[in-house]
Design a protein around this ligand. Structure first.
Ligand SMILES: Cc1cc2nc3c(=O)[nH]c(=O)nc-3n(C[C@H](O)[C@H](O)[C@H](O)COP(=O)(O)OP(=O)(O)OC[C@H]3O[C@@H](n4cnc5c(N)ncnc54)[C@H](O)[C@@H]3O)c2cc1C
Length: 298
């Protein structure tokens, strides 16, 4: 209840408080920060996916800046011999400005990733981007196999999208979905989202697509582990994925049981929108915000 009240008032919480309580979710503001965090994660047995924060840009110049930064990230991953790939949002590369312009930027990044033998995951944003994101993914996949996409279990269309993606051996991250969507297109009930996640997980495995099982929910993790063990799935067919700053202990136990696990590691100056989304999902958000307000240690 208190969490719901704080959630509604988050836009009025001073930015420095939001920054303080959400620092656990962000690797830092610079590429160097993210490389250091990635090195530590690799050393502790986690794979990494690096994400440059920022979305919904409004000028071509910003999109080009983001493209250039992503290319720097790829070079830095190679030079530092990190076990890391990229996650990016199409609105960062100009999706809302011009589709073709966005394809050009994404292609440039994927070409460089190909040279480095690396991989690019296209994050899924809100429903206004779903069609174009899937379309761009499929277009790019014709020429590049080192690109993957995301399916959101809360969307009612997802089962059909998986069917369409199964024509190619797609590489799919499966998550619940983070944006507020209308009930005409998205399940609103947490249990319905879970049930759909379980169904989609099995469909993706059955289609022989590679799956990134992106969740911190014990119920879904256990369901996936069960399926993997009964169907004797090989580690070349899946990986678990978690967000930086969330459930580090669970992460360790999944890794120590021999499963691959990748940590989504965001960095950059535009940390605010991402931080707000993460805080809203933190069951202890009210507690942390109250502590930060009163100047107590985190
Ligand atoms: C690697 C990765 C990539 C993602 N990519 C996308 C994407 O491209 N598009 C998209 O729409 N969504 C994406 N998401 C977000 C996802 O859709 C969910 O919003 C998010 O993962 C929370 O769902 P959950 O399955 O962890 O379940 P929840 O029920 O939200 O969480 C389960 C438990 O995990 C813990 N927990 C979860 N979040 C937090 C938090 N922020 N702070 C502290 N504890 C927490 C709590 O103990 C909670 O009870 C991604 C998630 C991950 C892990």
């Amino acid at each position: 209840m208190l969490n719901q009240i704080i959630s509604a008032t988050l836009p009025f919480v001073p930015k420095y408080i939001v920054g303080k309580v959400s620092s656990r979710y962000i690797a830092g503001t610079s590429l160097d920060d993210s490389i250091k965090v990635s090195q530590n994660l690799n050393n502790s047995g986690s794979l990494v996916t690096l994400d440059l924060l920022g979305e919904d840009i409004t000028s071509e110049a910003e999109a080009i800046e983001n493209k250039n930064e992503y290319e720097k990230v790829l070079t830095s991953i190679a030079h530092n011999r990190l076990n890391a790939n990229l996650s990016l949002k199409l609105t960062q590369l100009g999706l809302k400005i011009n589709y073709k312009f966005c394809v050009k930027n994404l292609t440039s990044i994927i070409k460089l990733a190909t040279r480095y033998n690396n991989f690019v995951r296209i994050d899924m944003e809100d429903h206004t981007c779903t069609d174009e994101t899937l379309e761009m993914y499929s277009e790019l996949y014709k020429n590049y196999k080192n690109v993957g996409v995301v399916i959101q279990a809360y969307l009612k269309r997802s089962e059909n999208d998986i069917k369409l993606l199964s024509k190619n051996k797609a590489n799919i991250r499966l998550c619940k979905g983070i944006y507020k969507e209308p009930d005409s297109i998205a399940f609103q009930d947490a249990e319905e989202v879970r049930e759909n996640y379980k169904l989609l997980l099995k469909k993706i495995f059955e289609n022989k697509s590679y799956i990134g099982i992106a969740t911190h929910d014990d119920n879904l993790i256990n369901d996936a582990l069960n399926y993997i063990s009964t169907k004797k799935k090989n580690i070349s067919e899946y990986e678990f994925q978690m967000l930086l700053g969330v459930r580090a202990e669970k992460r360790k136990s999944i890794i120590s049981d021999g499963h691959p696990l990748r940590v989504y590691t965001p960095y950059g100056k535009d940390w605010y929108a991402y931080s707000i989304r993460r805080l809203k999902e933190n069951p202890q958000m009210a507690f942390y915000i109250a502590k930060a307000f009163f100047g107590l240690e985190k």
